[in-house]
Design a protein around this ligand. Structure first.
Ligand SMILES: Nc1ncnc2c1ncn2[C@@H]1O[C@H](COP(=O)(O)OP(=O)(O)OP(=O)(O)O)[C@@H](O)[C@H]1O
Length: 236
């Protein structure tokens, strides 16, 4: 579905990504984790076409993304910091997005309903709490039934019930054959939903392993313990 070949990205003298090679397949839920500044958001932005790589090649469903940007319609993105237009109400932003995506006939309103977006529809986006903003971003990410979901720290501001609602929704879309890439520093949020872990460090893939491999190599059941045991002692 997504094929990343030799992708590097530099910002001035800072090399944010160093020759990354990765393949993402249908139905996979991949955790993209690593320390602050390891390159997770840069990689996500490159997949989304929001940043161009300095070198390398990226194809989505076989199409080189530099040649065709239509692939973006197949990706639902929940950013770490949503840049929502502050002067619009919640209702207005959903109306606008629906007008822009008239091509999508079947909307997925599960998260919209679970998060009671109607209940905040008259509020201005600039007046929402952090958790409310995250709920609006999540509802928008799922709304147009994308094949690929990219969720950057999706649970950081969510209350426990909403967090659980989101996890259940992720499991359902995976069962439908969609692909999910998720980043989080809170590894317990990823327990039970991810089936592969990519650990980035200093812009490089430090390891890329399935949960089954991690379980058998570490003898642990919880993701955070698997990760700690998989890192060299000096890095823990
Ligand atoms: N627009 C930019 N200009 C200059 N440097 C940048 C820019 N964006 C990212 N970087 C640098 O690239 C490196 C990787 O940053 P990135 O945001 O991808 O890390 P991250 O793994 O997402 O971190 P975090 O866990 O803190 O969100 C960092 O050293 C960062 O300072």
């Amino acid at each position: 579905m997504i094929s990343i070949k030799d992708i590097s990205k530099t910002f001035g003298k800072q090399q944010a990504l160093k020759s990354i090679n990765l393949e993402f397949k249908k139905g996979e839920c991949v955790a993209l984790i690593g320390p602050n500044g390891s390159g997770k958001t840069t990689l996500i932005k490159i997949i989304l076409g929001l940043l161009f790589p300095t070198s390398g090649n990226l194809t989505v469903n076989g199409v080189n993304i530099e040649k065709n940007v239509d692939y973006r319609a197949d990706i639902g993105y929940m950013p770490q910091m949503s840049r929502l237009p502050e002067n619009m109400t919640v209702a207005q932003v959903f109306a606008l997005m629906k007008r822009l995506r008239k091509d999508v006939k079947e909307l997925d309103t599960d998260i919209y309903e679970a998060f009671d977006i109607d209940g905040m529809s008259k509020k201005g986006l600039g007046k929402l709490s952090g958790g409310m903003r995250q709920k609006v971003s999540a509802a928008l990410a799922f709304l147009f039934n994308p094949d690929i979901l990219i969720l950057d720290e999706p649970t950081a501001a969510l209350d426990p019930v909403s967090n659980e609602n989101l996890k259940q929704k992720i499991s359902r879309v995976l069962a439908d054959g969609k692909m999910v890439i998720i980043t989080s520093h809170n590894l317990s949020d990823l327990d039970g939903i991810v089936d592969r872990v990519i650990y980035l460090m200093d812009g490089e893939v430090y390891f890329d392993k399935s949960i089954d491999e991690l379980r058998s190599s570490t003898g642990e059941e919880r993701l955070n313990k698997m990760i700690v045991k998989s890192l060299k002692p000096q890095l823990v």
